[in-house]
Design a protein around this ligand. Structure first.
Ligand SMILES: CC(C)(COP(=O)(O)OP(=O)(O)OC[C@H]1O[C@@H](n2cnc3c(N)ncnc32)[C@H](O)[C@@H]1OP(=O)(O)O)[C@@H](O)C(=O)NCCC(=O)NCCS
Length: 166
């Protein structure tokens, strides 16, 4: 059981943000060398949950939803997939994590934006039920803007899911 201070203290987005780079292998792609969208989504899901875990601290987390993701450019075997993720918005047990995906051609260093995804992750407590997370501390104007935009997207997302949580 976590103390009340734990929940009051909160964390800044930069305390949980993460970046990872993965080389795309033949098993990640179709026979012509194009990486599967599902491979990219798997890494999006992994890094979003890592960020959410860092924010929630010790809580188990699960993905409640991933907003529509468009793949803007192809990714090929041998490319480096670079994912960066940060928390935009936190409610009671749910968090919106923004994940940005770039592909780098290691032959020439060219980097292209492949896509951006908004992932909603929910923290689960020991009983496997949604549990309270620390608040998100917002220091900069950028953090505050992202929070407001995240809240607005969350309202739309919950309405679309037929929920009236907000
Ligand atoms: C996500 C899950 C835990 C929500 O359970 P629930 O019974 O709806 O719980 P609650 O009504 O208490 O909602 C918990 C939180 O999830 C949020 N939530 C639920 N469905 C959501 C959705 N579709 N999109 C965004 N947030 C959602 C709620 O707004 C709430 O947020 P809050 O606590 O910050 O206010 C449940 O649907 C679940 O376990 N889904 C499967 C998750 C999973 O296993 N994912 C991996 C792939 S299968």
């Amino acid at each position: 059981m976590k103390s009340n201070n734990y929940f009051k203290k909160g964390k800044r987005p930069d305390e949980s943000q993460s970046e990872t780079t993965i080389i795309m292998l033949p098993s990640d792609a179709n026979p012509k060398g194009n990486v599967f969208g599902g491979t990219i989504l798997k890494h999006v899901d992994l890094i979003a949950n890592l960020v959410a875990n860092r924010h929630a601290t010790h809580a188990n987390t699960v993905t409640a939803s991933i907003d529509k993701m468009t793949f803007l450019k192809p990714v090929y075997i041998g490319n480096a997939l670079i994912l960066s993720a940060r928390l935009n918005y936190a409610k009671r047990s749910s968090m919106e994590v923004e994940v940005t995906v770039h592909a780098e051609d290691l032959d020439n260093g060219n980097r292209v934006l492949t896509g951006t995804a908004f992932v909603t992750v929910v923290a689960l407590g020991d009983e496997g039920k949604p549990t309270e997370i620390p608040p998100l501390n917002l220091d900069s104007d950028n953090d505050k803007r992202r929070f407001r935009e995240g809240e607005s997207r969350m309202i739309t997302r919950l309405k679309d899911a037929g929920r009236v949580d907000i």
